[in-house]
Design a protein around this ligand. Sequence first.
Ligand code: BTN
Length: 323
Amino acid sequence: MGTKHELLAYLKEHQGDWISGEALSKRLGVSRAAVWKQVSKLRDAGYVIRSSPKRGYIFSRAPEMLLPAEIRDGIDTEVFGRKEIAYFSELDSTNRKAKELAVEGAPEGTLVVAEQQTKGRGRLRRNWHSPFQEGIYASLILRPKLPPAEAPKITLATGVSVAETLLAITPVKPAIKWPNDILVNGRKICGILTETSTEMDAIDFVVVGVGINVNNRKFPDDLREIATSVYLETGRTFDRVTLMQEFLRQFERSYSLFLRSGFESIGKRWRELAMLLGKEVTVRMIDRTCRGRVMELDRDGALLIKSENGELERIYSGDIQVH
Ligand code: BTN
């Protein structure tokens, strides 16, 4: 750990206490001038650290940023959030960057986060609205030893994890709209974009991109009726680092459960959180449209729809409109 990180860790550990420059310099094995220099660097990075000539230094608060050091601080996962975290104040798309890193060989658990995306990507070539420091824009690299057909289930596991995260940290009541939208009161609060690269009959890597609308106070006109944020639902702002950490914890849990015990181990929770079962829907697929009632999520993660002519259709991907 460098002096800056050690200093930060020590100040945070003693949050609420003043610590003299002398004590810090002894503890870190550097001069008092060097302590001052590192405090200035932390302040430049957005940390609020108060100082007084008589009392020394006191940690006040971390910046409103998704800084790697903050995401790692106190996280109790085994892999997610513990590997490299590539942090960007601004980026075109965290999914694009994560794919680039994965092609270069980045290991499972590598995380890409951005405070803002200029070309945030959604499904079906849509854009993802990604204003500075309002939401979470993050992509995680996975390297599951699975056949490619299993990849869509990772999207379903991600949906469960985002819903659990919102339930754990905020008072909102999320519902999963198959396959990968999280809605609150009928409006979208989170989107998931899973991109898979395959080699022969195996998955090479999967990039799971998650966009959560956290502290957005308003949306552009075209999204106003269909999007929402945790802030708009509760009237309160939420700490994005806490949400990010909880998501990594939840997702590591569901992902390893899925790898160990198969999709059914999370399928039950998915069904409890899903809002489509029993609903009349129209599904738009690449080559056709199907209208009918959603009957079940099957063991493969496909949606079973009883179409208007009474036939059961298995849908693996599509865009759903609820009637
Ligand atoms: C959708 O609902 O259409 C999926 C939206 C996914 C958005 C996230 S934000 C982080 C990651 N990077 C991207 O470019 N997209 C995903």
